[in-house]
Design a protein around this ligand. Structure first.
Ligand code: ZN
Length: 216
């Protein structure tokens, strides 16, 4: 099973990626993990990427693509994989398609975690971080009524990233970037949307049901 997972910030994509990959016994391949592995392993690509990151610049597409290619060539990815964080746009999707085609492979499925914007705002803007121990509480889900950490007594604050305005902006950026990617895969006939609201286990279950018809 070769699949790609897409979803907005706050959709629980990292967690679902882990559960789905483990249910399917395939490696979860995230661009974040690939970056860290290359940098800490001191590979040529890792060293190259680091020169950009140290300057605070974005790592160019071709470096990311070369890292993904290396990772997908490894033996554990030959019978399937779950990609998280790649491709990010249609250009990358086309490169991935050609890369797989060269190896006689193709994607089986693109799973889109669907959460509406207000739900994402509710999840992220309700987060409060402890200024002492870093623990995260949620005003609604943890029924947190005061501004004090129950674990250490530290003062809670709202990270800039979690402010409603910032969350809405991140969602807009995501929509702009991802909408063309989603319609590209819809045209290819391999896109399936999964409702990502509700408890984590229920979302995983829904995802597995959506995947089943695509399993060879
Ligand atoms: Zn604390």
């Amino acid at each position: 099973m070769r699949l790609v997972l897409v979803g907005p910030p706050g959709a629980g994509k990292g967690t679902q990626a882990q559960y789905i990959a483990s249910n399917l016994s395939i490696p979860k391949i995230s661009t974040g993990d690939i970056f860290r592995a290359n940098v800490s392993g001191g590979t040529d690509l890792g060293k190259l990427a680091k020169t950009y990151m140290d300057r605070g610049d974005l790592v160019p597409d071709e470096v990311t693509i070369a890292m993904v290619r290396d990772r997908l060539s490894e033996s554990d990815a030959q019978d399937g994989f779950l990609l998280d964080g790649f491709p990010r746009n249609v250009a990358q999707a086309e490169i991935l398609r050609d890369m797989l085609k060269d190896w006689g492979q193709a994607l089986d499925l693109v799973l889109e975690l669907v959460v509406d914007d207000d739900e994402v705002v509710r999840r992220l803007a309700g987060r409060r971080t402890c200024s002492q121990c870093g623990r995260i509480w949620h005003v609604e889900f943890d029924d947190k009524k005061d501004d004090e950490c129950d674990a250490c007594g530290g003062a809670l604050f709202q990270r800039d990233d979690d402010k409603e305005e910032t969350v809405r902006h991140r969602l807009e950026v995501y929509q702009e970037q991802t909408a063309p990617l989603v319609s590209y895969y819809a045209d290819e006939g391999i896109l399936v949307g999964v409702d990502a609201t509700g408890p984590v286990e229920e979302v995983t279950q829904r995802a597995m049901e959506a995947i089943r018809p695509f399993m060879g």
